[in-house]
Design a protein around this ligand. Structure first.
Ligand code: ZN
Length: 63
């Protein structure tokens, strides 16, 4: 299935495994995979994290 939200520049390409925004680890069918989505400037954005730990660490850095 083609994802129509392909205007995110360097963001996720569905044909590649996403990388954790915090540690850069490739996320391949990880049970601890976390995706954070939000809307910015009217467009849906998302970040991938390999675990809740990385998500929390990233949130702390960007807070
Ligand atoms: Zn990570």
């Amino acid at each position: 299935m083609v994802d129509p939200t392909s205007d995110l520049g360097e963001d996720v390409d569905e044909s590649n495994a996403p990388e954790c925004e915090h540690c850069g680890e490739m996320i391949v069918r990880s049970p601890t995979h976390r995706v954070v989505t939000w809307v910015e400037d009217g467009a849906a954005r998302h970040r991938h994290f390999c675990s809740d730990d990385c998500r929390a660490a990233y949130d702390e850095q960007s807070a």
